[in-house]
Write a protein that binds this ligand. Sequence first.
Ligand code: NAD
Length: 244
Amino acid sequence: MEKKVAIVTGASRGIGRSIAYLLAKKGIKVIANYNQSEEKARELKEELEKENINIDIIKADVSKREEAKRLVQFAINSYEKIDILINNAGIAEYKLFTEETDEDWNRVINNNLYSAFVMCQEVSKNMIQNKNGCIINISSIWGMVGASLEVIYSVSKAGIDGLTKALAKELGPSNIRVNSIAPGTIDTDMNKGLTKQELKILEEVTPLGKIGKPEDIAKCVNWLVEDEFTTGQVISLNGGWVIT
Ligand code: NAD
């Protein structure tokens, strides 16, 4: 059977790395995007090569139209199609709302939301032609319930969920499924600012008594890639911390 082709953005570390790793192990041709960490992206490639699995690592700042376009064009030139897009790239921000600047707004919205918009747009042209596609946007529980000191981040992630729902309706007739995964706290560099005590409190208030691992998100991606009837949904993996 012909190999599926997947683009994973922000794949050099954390959740994106775990998703790229699992999809590659599953036999999917993975194009792992990174922005700055070439060394880490190379490490991922080399780790998979030890298992005779070859992935492409492509540098691109997906918050810029031209770079996102180049990433997508690489996939089409190399493999003629894109079956799966995982919009994972994102940045965090912690600041008092009254101290946020226009630069903060532009930085967070561009990296978290505009990047997903641009990538969906560039990729969906090819998916519509092929009448096949699976798009998974990584949002956050904060997009669902809002977070103090993370107002712009929450807006960006709520925007991603809006994008997911609207696109699911528009692209469904072309057999393209669009879903969001909204993680709770996951053990990655994004949370390295949290103290041991803060992490302990988080675990205590979470019904399952633990914070998540990047692999927890990758497993859900794996399921959504296989599934054929789920679209327009926001699936929150958070150990029961937030139940809406
Ligand atoms: P991370 O900081 O380890 O990884 C994010 C990656 O995205 C980094 O490698 C970064 O370089 C990349 N990136 C950011 N902007 C980019 C751009 N413009 N172009 C290309 N790459 C870019 O964090 P993570 O925890 O692995 O986060 C992955 C996703 O999951 C993010 O969208 C984040 O908002 C979301 N998320 C994380 C948590 C958590 O608790 N860790 C919770 C909810 C949602």
